[in-house]
Design a protein around this ligand. Structure first.
Ligand SMILES: [Zn+2]
Length: 457
């Protein structure tokens, strides 16, 4: 699984400066106290030895972090047998409900805040001098986690944040089932576009002293949150925000944006195939992970997903080049490449196919085995079915079929794109095969034959 995934766009309104300053002055006059009350007491306890916490409710979402047995998690919601939880470090993620013990009744006891102020600051801590991490507008609904004196801890854009009680009303049920953070209806959308440096540091604070928490690729785009001095506060992904110096990035505002610009771009017309033979095709092979991102790790820790994804990619490159295909690798060595730059490689080369290679891992070792083919837009379903048919016939591993996968490299790709999970790193059956050249060569031959068929030979 790839290490980062960026959720659907949450677009927001630029802060109105005068309101912003007014509220700020109001807020610094307010006092605060210790945590005195829990608004909710829904906790779950981890039952697996090691539990993956994922970015979304399902195995197709990437792993955010791992936690250990008996750790207690704060329950925020449920969807499709997955629990949305808050971790002790205030990160928010999803865990499989069957791997945790919950004695509590979900959705009971939950409290929601409806914003009554016109525009209200959302802060990092329950103090009026802590960092402002965003702003919410009248009638926005937020899920309440704690009450701390006059302050309410709420879930804001996937993270834990604070809002002052003077500007909200609380109620016991949400006005709709939609997530609160999705209810801020934007009038326009502002993005921060990174400059042309090979890599640009994104820091934890609006200062050169801030820790580097992310490295951005040239021309990478991020959702803009606010300006802090000479820094842009940006959303790195669904769970993290950071700061980039305004000297190395620019602001871009798009007006009258449609509701789903990225997806609207992915219409069938862009998939028109001009090649009728695999030798005419340009194919981008994307070896998952790399550099400090090792991907999944075998149980004995001797095999890293990034290494076998790369060796498989290199074998596939050789096979395709022998057939005359123009092959471009998103990475050709053990280096970290951002997800966006992988997609840009496909766009820049106007690839006829982007194929991402990964090896899988599952919450409970040995509970899954085999290969899986992922696609995102229906336009790529034929391609996915074709490749998967060959993989399923290959052996020796099971095949888990074709699945819809909300992966960044698929979702944002304008070129035909699929992602293959070629076996489980933590299956004792699969691991015997997947690191061998014999297995990887079999994969390569299957994929090659499938692509020959797909490109019409
Ligand atoms: Zn992976």
């Amino acid at each position: 699984m790839s290490s980062q995934i960026i959720s659907e766009k949450l677009k927001r309104i630029l802060p109105n400066k005068s309101i912003f300053i007014g509220l700020f002055l109001l807020m610094i006059t307010l006092t605060f106290g210790a945590i005195v009350a829990l608004a909710n007491e829904n906790m779950v306890v981890v039952e697996a030895d090691i539990l993956n916490v994922r970015y979304g409710p399902g195995l197709s979402h990437d792993v955010l972090t791992q936690i250990e047995e008996d750790e207690r998690l704060f329950l925020l919601g449920e969807e499709n047998k997955w629990y949305k939880v808050r971790l002790s470090d205030d990160q928010v993620g999803w865990v499989a409900s069957w791997l945790v013990d919950s004695n509590e009744t979900l959705q009971e006891n939950q409290q929601f805040a409806v914003v009554t102020g016109e525009a209200v600051n959302i802060r990092q801590f329950a103090t009026s001098d802590s960092d402002i991490i965003g702003m919410v507008y009248k009638n926005t609904e937020l899920q309440v986690l704690y009450q701390d004196g006059a302050w309410y801890q709420v879930l804001y854009m996937g993270q834990v944040a604070w809002i002052h009680g003077d500007y909200i009303e609380t109620r016991a049920t949400p006005s709709s089932t939609e997530e609160a953070s999705n209810q801020e209806i934007p009038t326009d959308s502002t993005v921060v576009v990174i400059g042309n440096a090979p890599s640009t540091n994104i820091r934890s604070q609006a200062s050169m002293d801030g820790e580097v928490i992310h490295t951005a690729a040239p021309a990478e785009r991020f959702e803009y949150i606010e300006s802090v001095g000479n820094w842009f506060h940006i959303k790195i992904d669904n769970n993290r925000t950071g700061y980039v110096a305004d000297s190395v990035a620019t602001l871009e505002t798009r007006e009258e944006e449609t509701s789903a610009p990225a997806d609207d771009d992915l219409t069938g017309s862009q998939y028109a195939r001009s090649v009728s033979n695999i030798s005419e095709a340009t194919i981008v092979i994307d070896a998952g992970h790399g550099g400090y991102d090792s991907g999944a790790i075998s149980r004995d820790e001797s095999i890293l997903e990034k290494d076998i994804a790369l060796s498989t990619a290199l074998l596939l490159r050789d096979r395709l080049q022998d057939a005359g295909t123009n092959v471009v690798l998103s990475r050709s060595n053990d280096s970290f490449v951002s997800l966006d730059s992988r997609v840009q490689t496909a766009h820049n080369n106007q690839a006829d196919l982007f194929i991402s290679l990964h090896y899988d891992a599952i919450e409970v070792a040995n509970s899954m085995s085999g290969t899986t083919t992922y696609y995102y837009t229906d336009a790529n379903l034929d391609l996915a079915n074709t490749v998967n048919r060959y993989l399923a016939n290959m052996g020796p591993l099971n095949n888990n079929g074709v699945r819809h996968g909300n992966y960044y490299v698929l979702r944002t790709n304008r070129q035909p794109a699929i992602l293959l999970e070629l076996g489980y790193m933590n299956s004792s059956t699969d691991i015997q095969h997947i690191h061998t050249k014999a297995y990887q060569s079999a994969v390569v031959e299957s994929v090659y034959q499938a692509l020959r068929e797909y490109f019409g030979q």
